[in-house]
Design a protein around this ligand. Sequence first.
Ligand code: MN
Length: 239
Amino acid sequence: MHKREFLKVAGLAGIAAMANPSGVFAASPAGGLAAQKAPFTLPPLPYAFDALEPNIDKMTMEIHHDKHHGAYVKNLNDALANSPLAGSSLEQILAKVTAKEAAIRNNGGGHYNHSLFWTLLSPKPTTPSAKLTAAINGAFGSLDAFKQQFGDKAKTVFGSGWAWLIVKKDGKLAITSTPNQDNPLMAQLVQETGTPILGLDVWEHAYYLKHQNKRPDYIAAFWNVVNWDEVEKLWNKAK
Ligand code: MN
């Protein structure tokens, strides 16, 4: 990391820590993220914008985090201003939101999904533990088969959306996808609910600058930067 970027990241982290003394921006945000309440704030990236190069490029990360995620946060706070959901936690908002509250649905999902997504990527190579590998093998056959099935799900999202690895109510792992900024916590809106422990943003804004129309190339690059340590933490918490 360049010194200037480090200072920028460190500065943002400092501001976030002051604004959120409860530590909702800790490295493992599952509990903290779900428990957040309005006004929501943009969490700093836990690494530099260029840290995922060459898999995910710096400019994509800058625009994706600062502009896209930043807008979801602002628009979510605006949408909640006159809503009975205003005092609820992010998890409760997502569980209760219906199709009638489009701005809260889209921006609440956008804030949750991106806050989670940043932590699921890592500049440092990681691998799933033996325990998590065994669970993945049990559910999908092998780690490679899981990657294939998850990748197929991500490739076949028509238009914008997300692919997910979730822990269902019965503790089992499942692959699912959602359109737009929906996610598996939206009990009123999606068919397959569960706790997301891995998610892949397949909106074109996540990859178009580097990969253009080649979503499969972006999915292949994603596997190089998945933060399996974080997936494991979320899995342990969810099951
Ligand atoms: Mn996105």
